[in-house]
Design a protein around this ligand. Sequence first.
Ligand SMILES: C=C(O[C@H]1C=CC=C(C(=O)O)[C@@H]1O)C(=O)O
Length: 380
Amino acid sequence: MENMKLSDILNHFSNNDTFLKTPERLLVFNGEQTRFQLAMNDSITLIEEIRAIQKEFKAPIIIGAIPFDQRSKATIIIPDTFVNYHHSNLIDDLQTANQPLSIEDSIDLPSRLQFNDMVQEAIHSIRKQQFSKVVLARSLKFHLQEEPPIKAWLTNLLHKNKQGYIFSIALDNAQNLIGASPELLVKKEGNIVTINPLAGSRKKTYDLVKDKAIENELLHAEKDLHEHKIVVDYICEKLDPYLAEIECNEKPAILYTDTMMHLSTVIKGKIKNDTTTVLDVAQLLHPTPAICGAPQKPSLEFIQKMEPFNRGYYTGIVGYMDQNGDGEWVITIRCAEINHKAITLFAGAGIVNSSQQDSEYNEISAKFTTMLQAMGLAQE
Ligand SMILES: C=C(O[C@H]1C=CC=C(C(=O)O)[C@@H]1O)C(=O)O
């Protein structure tokens, strides 16, 4: 394949198209043969339906977005055409796209006081041993005077987040889901499966010396290591029956995004059964304690009772699967749901026994920065 400029690819991109850039490849999906909506736990399973449609349409690949709540409908797209660019064929010539926004109003939900109450209630439940961790989220909703410049935001996300998973998914009714997630839920290539949970975070300062000191502090922070271990233990336990030769470092490393640093563990293993697809593994794991809590049921119930909004696609997963059942699915975070002129950003943080309400609030504010910067609403 000849080398392509990213700017040329974006010039041809429209809001009805779907786009996913991973650290290794860029997938651009134009038009669609069909799309369908089905919940992960409907009676015909989502995966069976995808496999049937892949056969019927002889579709080499499907792409989709699955919501946080497994009872809500996922959107699966069978594209007309798609191009799969390898990283080495892309010329990264992108410049920041400045497009000023006229904001009619913005709503921050929950309020700071409500959020503090939610954290206190969560800590109370943790002390009563109802669960050991719960991830609580906030949302920022903007109403714009004009249609949002999605292509400019996508350009900015690509420009700033070289290592992440950048996506723009064309949902139903001309809605879009856009973001730059750092978190790989699962990748399957042949019989090798890779999972890369993140939990435990600090905001970057962009001062190399200070960031090195923060990194060192995070690597030894008891609260964050505990929060992280809950996720890794959950994943390893779930995978054990399905994977052989599981490799997992004992201590987490640091993963940097453009704005944050996170504790990160790479887990790898070999699929025992050839018919297991990447989505089977995703379904097995989702929602992990990185975005829900542990144990899953009581923490999920707590989220649904306490959060003053429906998460929708936020903390769900986006990704693709080919005919061999291979693919990559990433956790839908650092993202925004775009519904015409209404834009909703979401971000969350893991609450454990020793959480401090102010630092959790500030951590979430820092996580909003990925999207706010792309929208030109936060300082670079
Ligand atoms: C839930 C989010 O982040 C997750 C991913 C990385 C670190 C996290 C944390 O430290 O709490 C969260 O688990 C989010 O960005 O909305």
